[in-house]
Design a protein around this ligand. Structure first.
Ligand SMILES: [Zn+2]
Length: 338
């Protein structure tokens, strides 16, 4: 196919006014194209630039909106985190105050344990005296805990470092207390076992009075015999009780013998522990039999005047390994119903 260039002329007609003559320009066809191109290319560029600018402005606006939203979100988050941090810091302070109170309580428990040992006579080195400084502290702390006391003072905001340090100190304090409490648990368990042993010892030791009366008509030791009026040795204590008054066993034990003879009258022997026995004589009536298990304070017989006796009384003896011993040092405690 063969292209054939045909130069053409274009005629531009300008009509200024109806009364004026028409102006005609004849221009070359190519020139018209160039003129059209010269006019349209800048226009196109301007359109593209405008388009790009509009797009960029829109994008920037969207980003600004997004940024504002994100800023608000972060601000809210930051504020919330600051509140949380402040709350945690306050909790650290409260924890620290509670740890201090607990420390005082642990010290009180240590003192209590020491007193308990002392009361049970497990440790002679300590005595159940009150530590005034400790009880004062405890009392003031109790007062703080129970009263809605007013508080005030100048504002001294604590720094983050100070709170961190307080937290570390509280942790150290709690760790030390944990160790103290473990030691106390062990110590209390040992004390409990020792108290149980002590209680058992006490149960089998003749400590109470064998009659309701505390009237001693003849003590242990040398005396003038009430019948022969000769010097003699009295191997027990005579209690001036009335006929048929109750006779109590002075410790837990087992009846090893009951019987009657011209000297001792109706009598009972009770064994409490290996080598320790008590002997009750001149009874009007025996209320137990050989082999019976008796508990401290049980009624085992009634006061009488049987055997070698001038009137109703109880002759009471404590025997250690078969030897009569003065019962007075044993008569320490009252019966529960006294
Ligand atoms: Zn006697």
């Amino acid at each position: 196919m063969k292209l054939k260039w045909k130069p053409k002329k274009l005629t531009l007609v300008i009509i200024p006014d109806a009364n004026q003559s028409v102006v005609r320009f004849r221009i070359h066809h190519l020139f018209a194209y160039i003129a059209a191109a010269c006019f349209s290319v800048p226009l196109l560029i301007a359109l593209v630039v405008y388009g790009l600018h509009a797009h960029t402005a829109h994008t920037a606006s969207e980003l600004r909106i997004k940024l504002n939203g994100a800023n608000q979100l972060w601000s809210a988050e930051l504020s919330s985190k600051n509140e949380t941090i402040e709350q945690l810091q306050n909790e650290v302070i409260q924890l620290s105050q509670k740890a201090e109170l607990m420390k005082v309580k642990v010290e009180e428990m240590k003192k209590l344990e020491s007193d308990l040992k002392s009361i049970a006579q497990l440790d002679s080195s300590s005595s159940p005296t009150k530590d005034p400084s400790l009880s004062d502290t405890a009392a003031s702390n109790d007062a703080v805990a129970s009263l809605p006391l007013g508080m005030g003072g100048s504002p001294n905001p604590a720094t983050q470092e100070e709170i961190m340090k307080l937290g570390e100190q509280t942790l150290a304090s709690l760790t030390a207390m944990d160790s103290d409490v473990k030691e106390l648990q062990t110590s209390f368990t040992e004390t409990k076992q020792k108290v149980a042993v002590k209680q058992q010892q006490l149960r089998i030791t003749p400590t109470i009075w064998p009659t309701n009366t505390k009237l001693v008509t003849s003590p242990f030791g040398y005396r003038t015999d009430p019948i022969t009026h000769h010097p003699s040795f009295h191997s027990g204590i005579d209690f001036g009780a009335r006929e048929n008054d109750s006779v109590f066993t002075t410790a837990d034990g087992q009846v090893v013998s009951t019987g009657t003879d011209a000297f001792h009258g109706n009598n009972i022997v009770i064994e409490h522990s290996k080598g320790l026995r008590t002997w009750y004589m001149h009874l009007n009536k025996i209320l137990v039999k050989r082999g019976d298990t008796v508990a401290k304070g049980d009624v085992i017989g009634l006061v009488g005047s049987t055997g070698r006796s001038t009137g109703p009384h109880l002759h009471y003896e404590v025997l250690k390994n078969g030897e009569s011993t003065d019962p007075i040092p044993y008569l320490k405690a009252m019966r529960k119903d006294d």
